[in-house]
Design a protein around this ligand. Structure first.
Ligand code: SAM
Length: 339
C-alpha cells in the first residue's frame, strides 16, 4: 500500500464509516430494490420506504457520492454493482450479509475494539457472540445464522468446485457453523458423508439447514467444543473454515494435532481462513476481518500462510501449499497426513 500523503486521504478514512452506515441504512428499507422495481423518483421512494422526502434526499445524496446510485432528470438508478449485489433478485444478492453481518454484527462489535485491544473482555458476563448476537437489542440469532449461511453458500460452492474430493468417503467439518461448506461438498460428491462439530446452539441451526437441503441422512452432528470434545477418527478429510481465526494461539496447535489424529494416513486437511501475506502487507480485507477476531478472542492470531503451514507441519502434516480462495480476502491451506 502506497503511504498516504494528503489530509484528504485521512479524511476518506475518518469519514468512511459514514458511507458504510448510509449503505446499511439504505438496506434496512431495501432502497435499491425499490429503485430496481421502478420507484425511482424522490417522491416514489419516499412512499415506498416511509422516509420523509427531505431526509431521504440527504441519504440519497450520500449514496450518490459513493457511486451506489446516480440521478438524472429526477430519476435515480442503481450502479451496476448495486443492481447485481444489493437488490432482491440480483444475481449476486447478498443484502442480508451486508445488513446483518457487516452492519449489525461487525459495526456494533467494533465499538468495543479499544477494550478488546487492551485484552479486556468485551462483555463482563458473557462471550462476545452472545453479547452482540443473542443479547437483548443484539443482532438476533436466527437473523445472524441466516445471513451468515447465505454469505457462506457462494464461497462454499467455489471451494467444492476447486478441491477435488473424488474417492473421499468421510468429511469432518470442525467449527462447521451452519454447514454451508459441508452441504457444498456433499452436493458435489454423492459418495461423501459428513460430520459437523460445533457448539450446541450452532449445531441446532446446522441440523435445520441439513434437513432443509434434504441431506439430513448424510450428515452427523456433534455438539461440543473442538478443543475438548473427542473428534471421530479415520476421516478422509478434515475441514476447518474460519475456525483458526476464531481460536487463540495455543488452540491453533491443538486443532492441528487433533486434525492429524482424526485423519487416516494419506488423509487431507483443509484450513480455510482470512490470511494476510507473510510480510503482513496485504490483502486489506483479510487484515480487517482478522481485526474482528481480536474482539472474539484476546489470543487471536494475525494469520498468515507461514503460521498456518507451520502449525500443520509441527503436527506432522506434509504441506501441499496455500492458495487464494476468495480473491483479496481468504486463503486455503492444504496438507496431508503422510501415508
Ligand atoms: C465464522 S464461523 C464459520 C462457520 C463455517 N465453518 C463457515 O465457514 O461457514 C466460525 C464457527 O466456529 C465455531 N467455533 C468457534 N470456536 C469453536 C470451538 N472451540 N469449538 C467448536 N466450534 C467453534 C463457531 O461456533 C462458528 O460456527
Amino acid at each position: 500500500m502506497k503511504p498516504i500523503e494528503s489530509v484528504s486521504d485521512i479524511s476518506a478514512l475518518t469519514y468512511g464509516f459514514i458511507a458504510s452506515r448510509a449503505l446499511f441504512a439504505a438496506l434496512e428499507v431495501d432502497l435499491f430494490t425499490h429503485v430496481a422495481r421502478g420507484a425511482d423518483t424522490l417522491e416514489a421512494l419516499a412512499g415506498a420506504t416511509g422516509i420523509a422526502a427531505n431526509r431521504l434526499r440527504t441519504l440519497l445524496t450520500t449514496l450518490k457520492t459513493v457511486g451506489l446510485v446516480s440521478e438524472a432528470g429526477g430519476h435515480f438508478s442503481n450502479a451496476p454493482a448495486t443492481a447485481t449485489y444489493l437488490t432482491a433478485g440480483g444475481p449476486g444478492d447478498f443484502r442480508d450479509y451486508v445488513r446483518v453481518v457487516n452492519g449489525g454484527f461487525m459495526y456494533e462489535g467494533l465499538r468495543h475494539l479499544d477494550k478488546a485491544l487492551r485484552g479486556e473482555r468485551v462483555f463482563p458476563d458473557k462471550g462476545f457472540y452472545e453479547g452482540i448476537v443473542y443479547a437483548e437489542g443484539g443482532v438476533g440469532g436466527p437473523a445472524f445464522s441466516k445471513a451468515q449461511h447465505a454469505g457462506s453458500l457462494g464461497p462454499a460452492r467455489l471451494m467444492a468446485k476447486r478441491v477435488d474430493l473424488a474417492g473421499a468417503r468421510t468429511l469432518l467439518d470442525v467449527g462447521g457453523g451452519s454447514g454451508a461448506y459441508t452441504l457444498a461438498f456433499l452436493n458435489k460428491n454423492p459418495e461423501l458423508r459428513a460430520t459437523i462439530l460445533d457448539f450446541p446452539q450452532t449445531v441446532a441451526t446446522a441440523r435445520c439447514y441439513a434437513a432443509h437441503a434434504g441431506m439430513g441422512d448424510r450428515i452427523a452432528h456433534i455438539a461440543g467444543n473442538a478443543i475438548t470434545t473427542d473428534w471421530p477418527g479415520e476421516q478422509d478429510v478434515v475441514l476447518m473454515s474460519y475456525l483458526w481465526s476464531a481460536v487463540g494461539g495455543p488452540d491453533i496447535a491443538e486443532l492441528a494435532r487433533r486434525a492429524f489424529a482424526a485423519l487416516r494416513p494419506g488423509g487431507l486437511v483443509l484450513v480455510h481462513d482470512f490470511m494476510v501475506d507473510d510480510a503482513h502487507d496485504t490483502p486489506a480485507f483479510a487484515a480487517w476481518y482478522l481485526l474482528l477476531s481480536v474482539l472474539d478472542n484476546p489470543q487471536a492470531q494475525c494469520l498468515t500462510p507461514g503460521i498456518v503451514e507451520g502449525a500443520l507441519s509441527d503436527a506432522g502434516f506434509a504441506i501441499d501449499g496455500t492458495e487464494t480462495m476468495l480473491e483479496g480476502i481468504t486463503s486455503l491451506t492444504r496438507a496431508r497426513r503422510p501415508s
